[in-house]
Design a protein around this ligand. Structure first.
Ligand SMILES: Nc1ncnc2c1ncn2[C@@H]1O[C@H](COP(=O)(O)OP(=O)(O)OP(=O)(O)O)[C@@H](O)[C@H]1O
Ligand SMILES: [Mg+2]
Length: 435
C-alpha cells in the first residue's frame, strides 16, 4: 500500500454506490478479496453513525467495508459542514497502530487521499457492541481486549515506549485533525453546559440541563479536564472509543472508527468505554426485562469495567517492565538501575497508573453527561419510548456523573467507583433532590 498523504484536492466528489464498485474493481488486492467479477458484487449502505458514508461490499469470495468522509455531518446534512480530511486521520491512525494492536483492529486495505475514501477488512459475523449490550448479550472478551488495546496503543505512542522524536512526529501529524478535535471539544466539553442549538436532550431533562449549566463547581471540574484533554499530550488516543466503536463476536474484538484520533490523556479512551458501559447499566432500568436477567446483566457490566481497568493496568505495567531498555524518554532505566532505584520505579509506575485511573473516572463522567445533553445521543437511552421513563434513567446517569466530577476523592479506587453506580438509580427528575 502506498504511503498515506493528506491530499484533498478539488477532485474530491461523493461516490455513488456504482462508482464505489468501479473504484474497487481497479484495485487488484480488493478485487481478489471479493472474487468473481464486479457484476457479481453487491453493495449496501450500513451507515448507522452520525458522520460518514459506510458501505459493505460482498463478492463471491468475501467482503470489504468502504467508508467515505462526506463534506458535512451525514446525520445532520449539508448545513453542518465538516472537513473531509477526517478519513486521512482515520487511515493514518489505522496505519500507525496496525503493528501495535494487530488483530484488535480491522486491516486497512486502501486509502484514497483525493476521495477521502477508506477500504478495510469487513468484520463478519461481528456486531457493534452497543447493540449487543442493549439486547443484554454478553461478550466475554470485549472489555479485556479493549483494555489491552488501550495499553498497547498508549505504551507504544507515549514517552513510555518511544523516543520523543517519534512521538513528536506523530503529534505533528495528528495535530492536523482539528475539525474533529473541534467537534470533541464542543460536543463533549462545552455544549452540555450552555444552551446551544445542537443540544438534543428531551424536555423532561430540562431541570437537569439547567442545573448543570448553573453549577459552577461542576463547570470548574469540567474545565480542568477540558484543559487536560487539550494540553496533556500523553499518547495517541482513539478519541471516540465508545461501545459503538467496538465490533465483537463472543471470541473476537475489533476497534473501529479512529477518525477522532488525537494526542491526549490515556484515561480519555478508557473513560469513554467505561462511560458507555455505565450508560447501558442505567438504561437497562428503562427496558421491560425480567428483573433477574437485568440484575445479572448489570452485575456483568460492572465486572467488565473492572476487567477493562485491570487488564489495561496489568498490560501497561507488563509492557513497561518487560522493556527496561525502552526507547521512551520518560523514565530512563539507567536512573533506576540499582535496588533502591528499582523500588522507586515500582512506586513511580503505581503513581502513573493511579493518575490514569483518576482521568478515567473524570472523563467517564464527562462522557456520560454529553450522551444525555449534547448532540450525539445513544440508542441505549433512545430506544426507551416512554420519555418520562427514559429521562429517569438519564437523570440517574447525570446524578452519578455530577457526583464523580464534584467529589473525586470519593471515587479514588475501582471498588468505590463501581459500588457507587447502583446508588444513583432512581434519583428522580429533580436535580436538587438527594444531592
Ligand atoms: N470494518 C467493518 N466491517 C463491518 N462493518 C463495519 C465496519 N466498519 C464499520 N462498520 C459498520 O458501519 C457502521 C458505521 O461505521 P463507523 O462507526 O465507522 O461510522 P461513523 O460514521 O464514523 O460513525 P460515528 O458517528 O460513530 O463516528 C458501524 O456501526 C458498523 O455497523
Ligand atoms: Mg466515526
Amino acid at each position: 500500500m502506498s504511503a498515506v498523504v493528506n491530499a484533498r484536492t478539488d477532485d474530491y466528489r461523493i461516490l455513488a454506490q456504482a462508482e464505489i464498485l468501479h473504484h474497487l474493481a481497479a484495485l487488484p488486492e480488493i478485487a481478489a478479496i471479493l472474487g468473481g467479477s464486479p457484476a457479481d458484487w453487491t453493495i449496501r449502505d450500513v451507515a448507522d453513525g452520525y458522520i460518514n458514508a459506510v458501505f459493505i461490499i460482498d463478492g463471491p469470495q468475501g467482503g470489504v467495508c468502504a467508508k467515505q468522509a462526506l463534506p458535512w455531518v451525514r446525520y445532520h446534512g449539508d448545513s453542518w459542514p465538516l472537513a473531509e480530511d477526517r478519513a486521512f486521520f482515520e487511515a493514518s491512525y489505522m496505519r500507525r497502530l496496525a503493528a501495535i494492536v494487530g488483530p484488535l483492529a480491522p486491516r486497512l486495505l486502501h486509502f484514497d487521499p483525493v476521495l477521502q475514501f477508506i477500504v478495510m477488512e469487513k468484520l463478519s459475523p461481528h456486531i457493534v457492541l452497543r447493540g449487543g449490550l442493549i439486547e443484554g448479550r454478553r461478550f466475554p472478551r470485549a472489555a479485556a481486549d479493549v483494555g489491552r488495546y488501550v495499553a498497547l496503543a498508549a505504551f507504544h505512542t507515549s514517552d513510555l515506549g518511544v523516543p520523543f522524536e517519534r512521538k513528536f512526529e506523530d503529534i505533528g501529524l495528528f495535530s492536523g485533525n482539528i475539525s474533529l478535535l473541534r467537534i470533541s471539544v464542543d460536543l463533549i466539553f462545552v455544549d452540555p453546559y450552555v444552551e446551544v442549538w445542537r443540544n438534543r436532550y428531551i424536555s423532561e431533562i430540562d431541570p437537569w440541563a439547567k442545573a448543570l449549566r448553573e453549577d459552577v463547581e461542576l463547570k470548574t471540574a469540567v474545565a480542568r479536564h477540558r484543559n487536560a484533554f487539550l494540553s496533556n499530550r500523553q499518547a495517541l488516543l482513539h478519541g471516540d472509543l465508545h461501545s459503538g466503536s467496538v465490533m465483537v463476536t463472543e471470541d473476537d474484538t475489533r476497534v473501529i472508527d479512529g477518525e477522532f484520533s488525537t494526542f491526549g490523556p490515556i484515561g480519555f479512551d478508557l473513560g469513554a468505554f467505561a462511560a458507555n458501559l455505565i450508560i447501558n447499566w442505567y438504561a437497562q432500568g428503562g427496558y421491560d426485562r425480567d428483573p433477574a436477567e437485568r440484575d445479572a446483566h448489570r452485575q456483568w457490566l460492572l465486572e467488565q469495567i473492572a476487567t477493562l481497568w485491570q487488564t489495561f493496568e496489568s498490560e501497561l505495567l507488563a509492557l513497561w517492565a518487560a522493556s527496561p531498555d525502552t526507547d521512551g524518554d520518560g523514565y530512563p532505566a539507567t536512573h533506576f538501575a540499582d535496588a533502591s532505584g528499582q523500588a522507586r520505579l515500582a512506586t513511580i509506575r503505581r503513581d502513573f497508573t493511579q493518575a490514569v485511573f483518576q482521568d478515567l473516572v473524570a472523563f467517564a463522567a464527562i462522557k456520560m453527561i454529553r450522551r444525555v445533553i449534547s448532540y450525539a445521543q445513544v440508542d441505549d437511552f433512545g430506544i426507551i419510548e416512554d420519555t418520562k421513563r427514559r429521562a429517569e434513567t438519564q437523570a440517574s446517569a447525570l446524578a452519578f456523573a455530577r457526583c464523580v466530577l464534584k467529589e473525586p476523592a470519593r471515587f479514588a479506587d475501582l471498588g468505590a467507583f463501581l459500588d457507587a453506580v447502583p446508588r444513583f438509580e432512581n434519583v428522580g427528575l429533580n436535580p436538587d433532590a438527594n444531592r
